[in-house]
Every structure is written in structure tokens, then in C-alpha cells.
Design a protein. Structure first.
Length: 344
């Protein structure tokens, strides 16, 4: 079974061919990050234009690298939610056109389920059910992965995502966009005990978290220091922030594991590349005897291999879309969304 995956939800135009769910035959990524970096963040209109310019060449390259033609494919999978609407529409419309022209099944994929599926590419022995911590630029959630296509969210952020918190703090500390990786690098040189940062409590669900108070605390500390003419030790602030975010996420995951009884835990999304979070999760899992799966760094960020992988499982589960498939900027990760009917 050969599935072509197409991803264009943010600032990466990507295409990949995956064989039999987990064997990556090709993975092409055209990143726009450097260009958006000039503006300090993703410029949606620019992202859409670049996707339009790049998508044909990226898909052709993915097919060529895999030594397959469109005729060889069993299906065409595409990210249809969530993300920047203009950016998503480029991938969705390209996939629709290709599927119709080649008379191939069109398979919708929820971007976050793709991030989760990145683990199957690296660890084919990982099988549902398990608990997954999903941490990306726009989302932070804990979910039960009940099958390859069924999920239940059991905790989420009440406000900012962890990636958003890293990126906004990085910006105020003077690091370029996207800032998460710069926080990670700077943190290696800093003292994580130098600045004491708040660990916001969330009323209601114990498994929910909140990062906006933490972000505001960092921004305020930097501004107050500037006003007083003091200099912030940016490496130590980065280390303190990374330590606090990592501890919060590892604690919430532990609580979720205890409540649900899962002993297999996975991580997914761009922030799962963070070295502090990886070691906090490793430490927690070692201590409690849990088995931890993390995507390799190359599969943490946006790519199309993860979309082709999840697309393969959706295909096997009978998930199909027709030419009425639309893109949705935001949608809940739900069984319905994974099956192609996005709930807004
Ligand atoms: O999953 P992703 O590539 O895109 C979304 O689906 O949102 O995640 C991007 C996020 C950004 O916030 C980026 O700063 C963060 O992942 N990120 C990191 C690291 N690498 C990427 N955050 C902390 N440490 C890293 N090493
Ligand atoms: Zn992503």
C-alpha cells in the first residue's frame, strides 16, 4: 500500500510517500521559516503564496525520490485541519485536484493525529492504546490514543500552547523566530534555578494546564529589568522557563497515566524536540516504570511522512473524502475529526 501525504498547514510545504503505513520512501520539506523569521512570526498571506509556488515541485520530488508515479498510489492524504486557513487550502485543493485527475481516493488527515503518527514511523512496535502528550506550536493536550484512528482528549491548555509560550518568551529575550529551539540551546548554558517562575494552577480538571501566566511572568521580569537598567541573564531565564514548562508537562502526564492506568506513553509535536522536556519525561517514565516513545528530532516538527503514515491508517479504516472536502483553521481532535468530519 502506497500513500502520498501532503502537508501545508503552516510554514512548511511537504510531501512524502509511505509504504505499508510505516516505511518512509521519501520525505520532502520546503521550509519557509527563514523568510517568516524576517517578520518575527508566520505571515499567513506569505505562507499561502509560498505554498502555491512550491507545492507542485515538492510533490513531484517526493514521487521521484520514492521511485513511484501517481498511478502507483493507493491514496492521497492531506492535512485539512487545523492550521492557517489559506495555507491549508493550498494543500487541500492540490490534493483534491490530483485525486480527481488520477482517480485515487482522497484521505483527510487531522494535523495533530499526524504528529502522533510520527511515532509509528520511528517505532513500528508502538501500538494503541497508549497515552500521548501532544505539544506543538498551537496545541498542548493529553489524549488517549484508543486505536490508530480514535482519540479522546483528557487534558488541554486553557490558554497558550507550550510552543506559543516558548516562542513569545524567546521573542522578548531577543531570540529569532521560531524561538523554541533557541530557548533550548540557550538553556544549556543557563542556571535553571536562577529565576523562580510561577506554576499556574488550573481550577476544574487536574489534567488541564495554563501557560499564559508563565509567559506573562517572563515578559514582566524582562520589562522590569529593562526599566531598572538591569540586564537579564537570558540563558538562565531560558533555562528556568524550559525547566518549569518541562516539569509541568511531565507532572500532568504522570497524573494522566495514574488516572487512566496506561503504562505506555508517547510524545508528539514540535515541542517534543525540546531537550529539557525529553529528559523530564524520560526521568518520570523511568521512575514509574512506564515505556516512553518519542519521535526522533527529524520527525518532531511538521513533515508529510507523518501525514502519509496517519493517512494510511485512515485509509485502512475506510476514511475517505470527496471533492467537497474543506479546510478548517481550528477543529477539535476528536473521533469525528479523525474520520474526516471536522467538528468546529
Ligand atoms: O508541531 P510544530 O512543528 O507546528 C505546529 O503544529 O504548531 O511545532 C512548532 C513549535 C514552535 O512553537 C517551535 O518553537 C517549537 O515547536 N519547537 C521547540 C523546539 N523545537 C521546535 N520548542 C522548544 N524546544 C525545541 N527544541
Ligand atoms: Zn505541527
Amino acid at each position: 500500500m502506497l500513500i502520498l501525504g501532503i502537508e501545508s498547514s503552516c510554514d512548511e510545504t511537504a510531501a512524502s510517500v509511505v509504504k505499508d503505513c510505516t516505511e518512509t520512501l521519501s520525505s520532502v520539506i520546503a521550509s519557509q521559516a527563514a523568510e517568516h523569521g524576517l517578520y518575527g512570526g508566520v505571515v499567513p498571506e506569505l505562507a499561502s503564496r509560498r505554498h502555491c509556488e512550491n507545492i507542485l515541485a515538492v510533490v513531484q520530488q517526493a514521487l521521484a525520490d520514492a521511485h513511484v508515479t501517481v498511478e502507483d498510489l493507493d491514496g492521497i492524504a492531506v492535512t485539512h485541519t487545523p492550521g492557517l486557513i489559506g495555507a491549508l487550502l493550498v494543500g487541500v485543493n492540490f490534493a483534491k485536484g490530483l485525486a480527481m485527475a488520477a482517480d485515487k481516493p482522497l484521505i483527510p488527515v487531522h494535523h495533530l493525529t499526524g504528529h502522533i503518527a510520527a511515532n509509528y514511523l520511528a517505532h513500528p512496535q508502538l501500538k494503541p492504546p497508549y497515552l500521548c502528550l501532544v505539544v506543538s506550536g498551537g496545541h498542548t493536550l493529553l489524549c488517549e490514543v484508543k486505536s490508530h484512528t480514535e482519540y479522546e482528549i483528557i487534558g488541554t491548555t486553557r490558554d497558550d500552547a507550550a510552543g506559543e509560550c516558548f516562542d513569545k518568551c524567546a521573542r522578548v529575550l531577543g531570540y529569532p523566530y521560531p524561538g523554541g529551539v533557541h530557548i533550548d540551546r540557550a538553556a544549556q548554558q543557563g542556571d535553571s534555578t536562577k529565576y523562580v517562575l510561577p506554576r499556574p494552577k488550573v481550577a476544574g480538571s487536574e489534567l488541564d494546564c495554563s501557560f499564559s501566566g508563565l509567559k506573562t511572568a517572563v515578559i514582566n521580569m524582562v520589562h522590569h529589568a529593562e526599566q531598572k537598567g538591569e540586564t537579564i541573564d537570558t540563558a538562565s531565564m531560558a533555562a528556568s522557563l524550559q525547566h518549569t514548562v518541562s516539569e509541568i508537562l511531565a507532572e500532568k502526564t504522570l497524573l494522566a497515566a495514574k488516572q487512566t492506568g496506561y503504562t505506555t506513553i508517547a510524545m508528539a509535536g514540535g515541542v517534543s524536540a525540546n531537550s529539557g522536556l525529553r529528559s523530564a519525561m524520560e526521568k518520570m517514565c523511568r521512575k514509574h516504570g512506564y515505556t516512553l516513545y518519542m519521535p526522533p528530532l527529524s520527525l518532531c516538527g511538521d513533515n508529510a511522512a507523518m501525514i502519509a503514515c496517519q493517512g494510511s491508517y485512515n485509509y485502512l479504516a475506510g476514511v475517505r473524502a470527496d471533492e467537497s472536502l474543506n479546510a478548517y483553521a481550528s477543529s477539535k481532535l476528536s473521533i469525528a475529526a479523525a474520520k474526516g468530519t471536522a467538528i468546529l
